[in-house]
Ligand binder design. Structure first.
Ligand code: NAP
Length: 382
C-alpha cells in the first residue's frame, strides 16, 4: 500500500509528456528576404567557429551537410570571423567558405551573407594600416575587397553593417546612455558608399546588424529621400528565448512596417539554451568555458535559472532543450531566417532536425510564455 502511494505521488509530480513528432520529407521552407529578390531558407548556417573551434575541413563538412543533405541555401560570415576575433585567425572563416565554394561550384544557388565591421578602436588588425574600423567609404571598400578575395567570389549577396558606426548599447548592455554619443559617419554617406559597390555588382543587397528601431528607420528614410540609394532588406540581431524584449519591444513593429526581415542570431544564446551548462555539468570544450568573458552575459545566474525552467518545458514535450529553443525561433512569424551555429555534426543535425518538428502545441507555447513572464531579460548586464 505504501509503495502504491509512493508511486502515485511520483506520477503526480512528473510533468505531463506530450511528444512532438517530426514531419520527415518536407523541404526546408524558403522565403523572400524583405524587399530584396533574395529567397532564403528559414535556417541559415552560421560560420563563426570555423578557423578557431573548427578546422577548415569541419566547416566544409558542415556546409556539405547543410546545403546538399538538408537543402539550406543561406550562410552568414563576417570579415572579422572567427570569434573571439583576433589578428592570428581573422579571415579563416571566409577561407573555409572559399574552399567549399571552389570545390562545390554552383555559386548561384548559394545566398552568401557577410558583414563589415562597425566602429571599433580595439579591432586594429582588419584594416591594412592598423587604424581600427569604421563605416566610412574607405572602410567599406577595403572590407568588401578583402572579403571577396578570401571567399574567392566576385559578389556578396547580402552585405551587412555588423554593428553601427554610431554609439548604441551593444551585446547585452541594455540602457541607452546619451553621454556616450560620439561623432559618426552619417547614414546617407554609408548608403552612398554601399551604392558604389552595388553599382559595381560586388554587393547585391544590404542589411544592418545589432541595430535599433531608430537606425532602421533612418536608413529607410535616406532611401526614401533618394531612391537611387540601396534599401536595407534585413536586420541581423540577437534573438532567442533568453533575448527577446530588445526585438519584441520596438523592432517587431519597425521591421513589419518597413519590410525588413529579421535574421535571428545566437538562437541558443551561445549554447546555454542546450542545457549543457546547467547543474554541475560544465563542458570544458564548449564556448562559454573555452573563452572566459566571451558572451559571459549568458552565464549569469538569472539566465541560468531561466534555462533550467525551459529545460523543464522541453522535457514535458519530449524534445531536447536545444530543439525547443530552435523550434520556437524558427516558428516566430517575424523571423525571416534563424542563424544557427554548431561545432560538431551531431549538434548541426540536432539543430536542423528541430525545423522538422511539428508545430509547438498551444500548451507548450503557454509554458514558454509562463517562463518568459518570470524571466524577461535574464541576460541583460545593465
Ligand atoms: N551579428 C552579430 O553580431 C552576430 C553575433 C553572434 C552570432 N552571429 C551569427 O549567428 C551565428 C550563430 O550564432 P551562435 O553561434 O552564437 O548561435 P547559438 O545557437 O546561440 O550557439 C551556437 C553554439 O552553441 C553550441 N551548440 C550548438 N548546438 C548545440 C546543441 N545542439 N547542443 C549543445 N550545444 C550546442 C555550440 O558551441 P559549443 O560546442 O562551443 O558549446 C555552437 O557553436 C554565428 O555563426 C554568426 O553567423 C552574429
Amino acid at each position: 500500500m505504501l509503495l502504491l502511494l509512493a508511486v502515485s505521488a511520483c506520477a503526480l509530480r512528473a510533468p505531463p509528456r506530450h511528444a512532438i513528432s517530426m514531419s520527415a520529407g518536407t523541404p526546408i521552407r524558403r522565403r523572400q528576404l524583405g524587399t530584396s529578390d533574395l529567397v532564403v531558407s528559414d535556417v541559415c548556417l552560421g560560420t563563426m567557429t570555423w578557423g578557431k573551434q573548427n578546422t577548415l575541413e569541419e566547416g566544409v563538412q558542415q556546409l556539405d551537410c547543410a546545403f546538399d543533405e538538408y537543402g539550406l541555401n543561406f550562410l552568414d560570415t563576417a570579415e572579422m570571423y572567427p570569434v573571439p576575433t583576433e589578428a592570428e585567425t581573422q579571415g579563416k572563416t571566409d577561407e573555409t567558405i572559399g574552399a567549399w565554394l571552389k570545390k562545390r561550384g554552383r555559386r548561384d544557388d548559394v545566398v552568401l551573407a557577410s558583414k563589415i565591421c562597425g566602429a571599433s578602436e580595439r579591432i586594429t588588425w582588419v584594416r591594412g594600416d592598423g587604424r581600427g574600423t569604421r563605416v566610412t567609404e574607405a572602410d567599406i571598400v577595403e572590407g568588401v575587397e578583402g572579403s571577396l578575395r578570401r571567399l574567392g567570389t566576385d559578389y556578396i549577396d547580402l552585405l551587412q553593417i555588423h554593428w553601427p558606426d554610431r554609439y548604441v548599447p551593444l551585446f547585452g548592455s541594455g540602457t541607452y546612455d546619451a553621454s556616450q554619443e560620439r561623432e559618426a559617419v552619417p547614414f546617407v554617406e554609408q548608403l552612398q558608399a554601399l551604392k558604389k559597390l552595388v553599382d559595381q555588382g560586388k554587393v547585391r543587397h544590404i542589411g544592418v546588424s545589432n541595430e535599433t528601431p531608430y537606425g532602421v528607420c533612418r536608413f529607410i528614410q535616406e532611401h526614401e529621400r533618394d531612391a537611387s540609394l540601396p534599401r536595407i532588406c534585413s536586420i541581423q540581431n540577437s534573438y532567442s528565448l533568453l533575448v527577446r524584449s530588445d526585438f519584441e519591444s520596438g523592432l517587431t513593429e519597425t521591421c513589419a512596417q518597413t519590410d525588413v526581415g529579421l535574421l535571428a542570431y545566437s538562437p541558443l544564446a551561445g549554447g546555454i539554451l542546450s542545457g549543457k551548462y546547467s547543474g554541475s555539468k560544465a563542458p570544458a570544450g564548449a564556448r562559454l568555458n573555452l573563452f572566459p568573458g566571451f558572451m559571459d552575459r549568458y552565464s549569469q545566474s538569472l539566465a541560468k535559472e531561466a534555462v533550467v525552467e525551459y529545460e523543464r518545458v522541453a522535457a514535458a514535450y519530449d524534445v531536447t532543450p536545444a530543439q525547443l529553443a530552435l523550434k520556437w525561433c524558427y516558428s516566430r512569424p517575424h523571423v525571416a531566417s534563424t542563424i544557427i551555429g554548431a561545432t560538431s555534426m551531431d549538434q548541426l543535425r540536432e539543430n536542423i532536425d528541430a525545423f522538422f518538428l511539428d508545430d509547438l502545441p498551444e500548451g507548450c507555447l503557454d509554458a514558454v510564455a509562463d517562463v518568459y513572464s518570470r524571466y524577461r531579460d535574464p541576460s541583460k548586464t545593465s
